[in-house]
Design a binder for this molecule. Structure first.
Ligand code: FRU
Length: 478
């Protein structure tokens, strides 16, 4: 349990800890990160009346994770943020071990949230983490402003899920089509096959089983499903666990990617396109998207990875861990999702440096930069930064590699026929590289110890632009 009262009492004693976190040189300048402690998945994202609400899985007192609350930021422009008191606490019999991931859906001025209440019955003899001794409750609350909420309402328990499901069913997200609401939940059946459960409702209150989708032999658990239409195509983004490493693919312990679905909601006929990883870096998981008031589909991901062999030791030592990736706007073309940083981030730009590739010299703008490179020809290149971080292309393989700065992160790569452009967003301890206008992305944490020392070597002509980036502003509104 972590009630609001328990949180407030503990927080009063944490001033010194907060100061240590704030003075950490690896604290990010323009990413969402926990005020202290641990952050994982983005939750409950929406925009209402021009205000974006961004919630996240949050364990304020445990940088290695613990009982999860929903932390809360708001912003109107992605430059100035307000930090609020957590929105959801683990204060009820049905969510006592954590208010797990969930989403928001705005309808007629009311925000409907659905999330998973986690209960672990450790004192039961048959508790085995997977099939016994655990409850996954689907809970509904409403709010008019995103700050205060109605009473928690239990809408589904383990008894309501299909009988052959394990105790792993979670992370509800809503998709509306032709006046009907569909709730997707990620699941693991008793035979350890990952799947998607779909429920149907006409009023957001009463839910009935609608369908179950899966791909043969495709992981033991599917986490954080997100079903949405994008540029006229239907996509399922999800985070499967248990995929085999396959050459350059699936090199992280858990994956995040998407399939384009050909799904007939009448006949329930469904075909999945081939799964494609959304991000090829070391730290990307459990993303969530929402449609904003302008109709853009914006996605945040967790720039972290559970159970990875590589670490974030330098920040754990200071009492915090993890961040979100930058918000990305999504577009689709022929079944492929393109991802680029949202427009608003251009307002972080301060100084600008421009040159040709041949004449490039590091302008020494400090650790926060946006680095754009346009290649006239797709020929090999090598980009270096911080002495041991390298991005290379040999005409076929695009590779990001790290040594000590990676704290166990070694290399990730993808085959690409040609490279036209790169946008590299560097924050104090993160790198996000957008390739060919967002065709693919590499996101990673990194902990450099030396000066940045940027260089680029290539036989191609082309142009380089670097913008130094300001910090976002965060006002504490607790
Ligand atoms: C994904 C996840 C979700 C769960 C949440 C708990 O990272 O495991 O499936 O709801 O994190 O924090």
């Amino acid at each position: 349990m972590m009630t609001k009262e328990m949180y407030k009492k503990k927080m009063e004693k944490e001033c010194e800890q907060k100061r240590i976190v704030e003075s950490d040189p690896y604290r990010l300048k323009f990413h969402i990160q926990p005020p202290m402690g641990w952050l994982n998945d983005p939750n409950g994202l929406f925009e209402k009346d021009g205000i974006f609400h961004i919630y996240y899985q949050y364990s304020p007192f445990e940088p290695q994770g613990g009982t999860k609350l929903w932390g809360h930021y708001t912003t109107e422009d992605f430059i100035e943020f307000k930090e609020h008191e957590p929105f959801l606490f683990a204060d009820w019999r049905y969510d006592e071990r954590g208010v797990y991931s969930g989403s928001a859906f705005v309808e007629d001025g009311t925000i409907h949230y659905f999330y998973t209440g986690n209960v672990k019955l450790f004192d039961r003899d048959d508790y085995d983490y997977c099939n016994n001794g655990r409850e996954q409750n689907t809970i509904h609350i409403t709010s008019l402003d995103g700050f205060s909420h109605s009473e928690k309402q239990l809408i589904m328990t383990d008894r309501d899920y299909p009988a052959d499901m394990s105790c792993h069913v979670r992370d509800p997200k809503i998709f509306k089509k032709s006046g009907i609401y569909y709730m997707v939940l990620g699941g693991r059946d008793v035979n350890s096959h990952g799947c998607l459960l779909i429920y149907r409702s006409e009023d957001l209150e009463n839910w009935e089983e609608f369908d179950r989708l899966s791909i043969p032999d495709f992981g033991y658990m599917w986490e954080c499903p997100d079903l949405f239409e994008l540029d006229g195509e239907l996509f399922l983004v999800f985070s499967p666990q248990g995929l085999e490493e396959d050459g350059l693919n699936n090199r992280n312990i858990y994956q995040t990617g998407y399939c384009k679905l050909d799904y007939d909601f009448q006949t329930k006929q469904c075909t999945f396109s081939k799964f494609q990883e959304l991000d090829r870096g070391f730290d990307y998981y459990a993303p969530q998207s929402f449609e904003d008031e302008q109709g853009r589909r914006i996605q945040f991901g967790w720039m972290g990875m559970g159970d990875a062999t590589y670490t974030n030791e330098p920040t754990i030592e200071k009492g915090w861990q993890h961040a979100f990736t930058l918000p990305r706007q999504l577009h689709a073309e022929n079944g492929h999702i393109y991802q680029m940083p949202i427009e608003e981030l251009k307002n972080l730009r301060d100084k600008t440096y421009r040159s040709t590739i041949g004449d490039f010299k590091d302008p020494n703008f400090g650790p926060c930069i946006e680095w754009d490179i346009q290649f006239d020809e797709s020929v090999p290149f090598t980009i270096k930064m911080y002495g041991d971080i390298e991005i290379s292309y040999d005409g076929k393989l695009l590779k990001m590699s790290m040594a000590e700065s990676g704290y166990g992160r070694d290399w990730r790569a993808i085959e690409i026929d040609q490279i036209k452009d790169l946008k590299i967003m560097l924050d104090t301890s993160s790198i996000e590289m957008f390739v060919n206008n967002g065709w693919t992305v590499f996101s990673s944490r990194m902990y450099p110890k030396t000066a940045m020392n940027l260089s680029i070597e290539s036989a191609s002509e082309g142009t380089v632009a670097i913008h130094s980036l300001d910090s976002v502003k965060i006002e504490n509104n607790e």
